[in-house]
Write a protein that binds this ligand. Structure first.
Ligand code: PMP
Length: 379
């Protein structure tokens, strides 16, 4: 059996040892005589699996007891509705502010408009002229000091890693900085889907953070929500009870049947990460992988990188060939070498290498070797 170097943006590669363990435990989990898929979500076996997954995630991210950790369904797209239904009522005006930095944050804002008064406080959906260069829309991130946050907004939403654009943003403002921008007690809400668990994150600055699992955390089907407990209990009356954070928190993610198998695999991924040395250790690996890849591209006159260097994502690396007629040849050649799913998102074209936690440096080096040889042949 030959496994590919898988550069998919998600669902994406999982650690091989996790898949092997899941295969071994498929028919009989831990002597229970049952597959995890066959267990009652309220029985002692799954209770242990789910609670351990939560505990391990808390350890990885340093999540204190002031936060609830929820395993939910519907993906990050459903969260675009679930977040405002739970949090827009924190303040009377039902206002939510959004920073638009790409296709995912724009979708979040569009969905939220169904639930209240939405304002776009900054956007990169325009060109940026800086240092004698023009950066395309969605290839940069709006500077924090330009955000026009409303004083009475309930929350401010950002997407900290735009998976399609390849833009990563870590300069999350704390409460003091937010007040200097004119904000009141606004809660920062972060869609961290595509770089979740790739690095440590300043949770003390957020009211809530969410991530679809299918990049770094596990298979599709479970959405991870980290929300401060004092924000619970403000859901709009229209909020479905299964999506009310207060209900889900009270029942420790078992208000109704949760995506049990996805939670189990995510739990194995959390244990794998702890064994690697936690988020500081994996962050170093991710730094090195992305450094090598960007360094290669920076030295090449053949490939073009769209993203402003300050905001280059460590996880999703979009790049373009000099001529779109080469795209098919490039992808075929990649596939022959076992390098898979490098095609860029259909809305932007080009290529994209997603190099999540489960992609080792060796896979990135195999990609660089191919990029070099393709450039020699076609440059
Ligand atoms: N936000 C981001 C940053 C994403 O990358 C994605 C999916 N790629 C989504 C939201 C939507 O996630 P889902 O498909 O799980 O609804």
């Amino acid at each position: 059996m030959a496994r590919l170097w898988n550069f998919s943006a998600g669902p994406s590669a999982l650690p091989e040892s996790v898949l092997q363990q899941a295969a071994q435990e498929m028919l009989d989990w831990n002597g229970s005589g049952m597959s995890v898929m066959e267990m009652s979500h309220r029985g002692p076996e799954f209770t242990r699996i789910c609670d351990e997954a939560e505990d391990d995630l808390r350890e990885l991210l340093g999540i204190g007891d002031e936060f609830a950790v929820l395993f939910m369904q519907g993906g990050a797209t459903a969260e675009n509705a679930i977040v405002p239904m739970n949090l827009i009522g924190l303040r009377d005006g039902h206002k939510a502010d959004f920073v638009l930095s790409g296709i995912w944050s724009r979708k979040s804002a569009t969905e939220a408009r169904k639930y209240g008064d939405v304002s776009v406080v900054a956007s990169s959906e325009s060109e940026l002229n800086q240092d004698g260069r023009t950066w395309q829309p969605w290839a940069w991130f709006p500077a924090v000091d330009q955000w026009q946050v409303r004083p009475d907004a309930s929350f401010l939403h950002i997407c900290s890693n735009e998976t399609i654009g390849g833009v990563e943003f870590m300069d999350w403002p704390d409460a003091r900085r937010m007040r200097a921008l004119g904000a009141g007690d606004v809660e920062l809400v972060v869609d961290a889907s595509s770089h979740f668990l790739s690095r440590s994150m300043p949770l003390d600055r957020v009211g809530m953070l969410y991530a679809g699992a299918q990049k770094n955390a596990g298979p599709a089907g479970v959405t991870i929500v980290v929300v401060r407990r004092d924000l619970l209990g403000h859901a709009l009356p229209i909020c479905p009870s299964a999506f009310d954070y207060a209900n889900v928190a009270k029942e420790r993610s078992r208000f109704n049947t949760p995506p049990a198998y996805s939670i189990y695999i995510a739990g194995l991924v959390f244990k794998w990460l702890l064994k690697q040395g936690g988020l500081d250790a994996i962050e170093k690996v991710n730094q090195e992988k992305s450094r090598r890849l960007y360094q290669f591209f920076d030295r090449s006159d053949f490939y073009q990188l769209p993203v402003h260097p300050q905001f280059r994502s460590r996880m999703n690396v979009p790049f373009f060939l000099p001529d779109t007629t080469l795209d098919g040849i490039f992808l075929d050649g990649a596939r022959e070498r076992g390098l898979a799913q490098l095609k860029g998102h259909k809305s932007v074209g080009g290529m994209r290498a997603s190099i999540y936690n489960a992609m080792p440096l060796e896979g990135v080096m195999a990609l660089i070797e191919y990029l070099e040889s393709f450039e020699r042949t076609h440059g």
